[in-house]
Design a protein around this ligand. Structure first.
Ligand code: DAH
Length: 342
């Protein structure tokens, strides 16, 4: 028998007895270095094997390979065991469990989804529109001429459009969505356009430079003001509750004629008059009207053949009314105590 064979038998014993003392991943790593490392015992035995003469080499080599394979598989077994243990290791099992907060949709997202659902139910499609618009779609095509005060730098964020063929801006309302839809589709069209809008406003409890609107548009042959009124009344009842009363007041918008504003009764004071409704008993929630024939001319619809209605509402304003939120900034401060209530 060769010396090497004796050594292998001895190392086999050592491996077994060392294995029985391994208690953790550190012990295991020491074991790996000692036996299986590049300069470890098993590799050094392979070096010695090279020196044996041919007849012995095959027999001793076989033994050495068995030792190597067995040691490696034991090592892998223990490695698995210790890494599983680590994953679930509890430092102090008497500690109370962790409480994870579950996130919810932001109030504005919830409201947009509610509004979309209400209109989709009665046949409206949803169009996204562009937040960056050109002056033509945001103003001109909506019958808002060059000299109109809404186009002032004080009210609108213009983008640097140097070298471009048009002047670009952040849309000041979702109404350009109407124009985009009519440019792409022939009547009948029935869409809502939800999204962000921007105005160059001084920030206060009632206004922000970024806010949300939902635009509505319905164009077909023979669409009447009466249908507009009925649709808005349906919306108010779905959104605020079926007992809510609404009223339409005459108003002015350059892209609708006639134009109106929809009020809902102030349910804070039961229409008796309070600070929130400025003692009128009513709260304004949206602007609306019959699409101005000039707008139809811009998009190539025949105003003799088609009529339509449009409306636009501010989401933050509407939610302030629905949930009695006193300051519009609260929507975006991300105070969890506020958001959690919805
Ligand atoms: N775009 C208007 C605004 O931002 C709201 C509006 C009024 C939209 C009347 C309409 C409408 O479509 O018909 O104040």
């Amino acid at each position: 028998m060769s010396d090497l064979l004796n050594k292998i038998t001895q190392i086999k014993q050592n491996v077994l007895s060392d294995l029985s003392t391994i208690n953790n991943a550190d012990d295991l790593e020491q074991f790996r270095i000692k036996y299986l490392g590049r300069k470890g015992i098993i590799n050094s035995l392979f070096e010695e094997l090279k020196l044996l003469d041919k007849t012995l080499k095959a027999q001793v080599g076989k033994e050495l390979n068995t030792l190597k394979n067995n040691t490696e598989s034991k090592y892998r077994e223990l490695l698995q065991k210790f890494s599983e243990k680590n994953e679930f290791r509890v430092e102090d099992p008497t500690l109370p469990g962790r409480v994870y907060n579950i996130g919810t949709k932001h109030l504005i997202t919830q409201a947009l989804e509610d509004i979309i659902k209400i209109f989709v139910k009665i046949g409206f499609k949803v169009y996204d529109g562009f937040e960056i618009e050109d002056e033509y779609h945001n103003f001109d095509a909506l019958n808002t001429p060059e000299y109109h005060p809404a186009r002032d730098m004080q009210d609108t964020f213009y983008l640097n459009s140097e070298g471009k063929d048009k002047r670009y801006l952040l849309r000041t309302h979702t109404s350009p969505g109407q124009i985009r839809v009519m440019e792409m589709h022939q009547p009948p069209v029935r869409v809502i356009v939800p999204g962000k809008c921007y105005r160059n406003e001084a920030i206060s409890s009632r206004s922000l430079a970024m806010f949300h609107q939902v635009e509505g548009l319905y164009v077909d042959k023979g669409v009447t003001f009466r249908e507009l009124k009925g649709t808005l009344d349906y919306f108010a009842k779905e959104f605020f509750g079926k007992d809510i009363k609404t009223r339409l007041r005459p108003s002015f918008f350059s892209f609708t004629e006639p134009s109106g504003e929809l009020d809902v009764e102030c349910y804070l004071c039961n229409s008796k008059g309070c600070r929130v409704c400025k003692y009128t008993g009513w709260l304004e929630i949206l602007g609306c009207g019959m699409v101005d024939p000039n707008v139809f001319e811009f998009v190539g619809y025949d105003p003799e053949e088609y009529t339509g209605y449009a409306f636009g509402m501010g989401i933050e304003r509407t939610l302030m009314i629905r949930h009695q939120v006193p300051d519009i900034r609260m929507f975006y401060e991300n105070d969890i105590r506020f958001l959690k209530q919805f």
